[in-house]
Design a protein around this ligand. Sequence first.
Ligand code: OOG
Ligand code: NI
Length: 448
Amino acid sequence: MREKWVDADALRDAFAGAMSEMYQQEVPQYGTLLQLVAKVNTQTLAEDPGLAQQLAQANELARLSVERHGAIRVGTAEELGFLRRLFALMGMFPVGYYDLSVAGVPVHSTAFRPLNDSSLQRNPFRLFTSLLRLELIEDVALRQSAQTILHQRDIFTARCRELVERAERDGGVAVADASAFVEEALQTFRWHSHTTVDSATYQALHQQHRLIADVVCFPGCHINHLTPRTLDIDRVQLLMPEQGIEPKAIIEGPPRRRCPILLRQTSFKALSEAVCFTDHHPGTHTARFGEIEQRGIALTAKGRELYDKLLQQAGSLATNEAHQSHLSDVFQAFPDTEKALREQGLAFFHYQLTEKAHAGLPENRSLEALIEEGWLRAYPITYEDFLPVSAAGIFQSNLGNEATQRRAGRASQAQFEAALGVPVSDEIALYAQRQHASLLACGLNKGA
Ligand code: OOG
Ligand code: NI
C-alpha cells in the first residue's frame, strides 16, 4: 500500500522544478539570472571551503541548487482557500502574516512553505501569496466591478479541482496521478497574454493601483517572480549589468556580515509584456520581474527586534555603496559571531552531537562549554521566511512612487485567516521548536 501515494516532498520538488522550467520559458532573463547565480555560488564555495563544509554538514548544500521562492497574488477568499488545500498536498503550509498595506500596497499575505527539517532539506520551495484587499478600493462602482470580474473566473482547471478533492478524500496523491497533478497545478500560475477585461476596465483598475489590475484582469494568477538563492548577493548585483540585467538601486535587508542574518534581496525591474484586451486593443502589462536573495540565520524575537530597530535607525541612502557602508556602521550594534548570537539569545541554531559524544555527554557543562570542548556542534538555522520592509521596497521599485502615496489600511490577520480557512503558523515559534527538538535529540533539555 505504501507506494500507492506520492510523498508530499517529492510532489513539491517536482512542482518547483516545473514552475522553474515554465518561468524560464516565459521570462528568459530569469534563466540568465539562474546561470549567473549558479556560477557565483560555485565560485563562492570554491573560495570559502569553511562555508562549503558548514553547508554540507548542515545538509544545506544539496538544496541550494533547487532552492527558490516565488510570489503570486489572488483576488478572492475562495481562490486563497483552494490554494491552501492544493499546497497542503505538496507539504506547503501557511506561515506568517504580512500586512503590505502599511507600504501602500492593497494586499495582505502569507508564505506557503514546508515546516520540518527533512522537508526543508529536500526542497524548501516557498510561495509568497498575497490576497487583494478589495475593500481598500475607494471607488464603490469600481470595487463592485472588480468583484464581479473576479467571481466569474476560475483560476483552477476542473481536473485540478478534481485531483485535489480526490487526494483529500484518499489521504494523498496517488502515484498514478502525480504528473497530472503537477501539470494541472502548473496551469494556475501560467502567464496569459489575453485579459478577461476590455481596455477601459483595465485602465480604470490600473489607475487605482497597478497591482489591482494585475490581480483582477487575467484568467489565472501568474507567477510574478521566482527567486534563486545566492551565497554572495553583492557579487551577483555587480555582475548583473554585464548580463544585460539592470538591478534595482539598493540591496534590501541587512548588510553583508560574517554571520549572515535573515535575508538580503535585490531585483530587476518588471518587464513590459504585450497583452490583448477583450475589445482587441493591444496594450502592455508590467508585473513580472526577477529577484535574487541571500539567506542567513533565523532570529529570535529579541534578535528580530534589534534588527528592526537598527534597520529603521539606518534609513536608506541613494546609492547601494553608500547605503551598504552606512548599514554596516549601524549594524556594528548587532553581534557578528555565532557564539555571541547564541549567548545573547539573538538567533536559532540546530545542535548535533559530535563523534566524541558517542558514549554520552559530560555533566554540568554549559552549552558553550560543550561546543568549545568539541562535544556538540551548532549550525545556524536558515531563515525560511520573508521581510515585509524588503518586500515593500521591491514592490515599490516595481510599481513606481504612486504606491507610497496610498493611505494604509489596517492589518487584518483575522480576516485573512478566515479567507485562508486556517490560522497561519507563527514563524518564530517554528524555529524555536526546531532548535528545541535538536537539543532534545542531543539529550539536552535546555531552553536556549
Ligand atoms: C510579493 C513580494 C514579496 C519577497 O521576496 O519579499 C516577495 C509580490 O510581489 O507579489 O516576493
Ligand atoms: Ni520575492
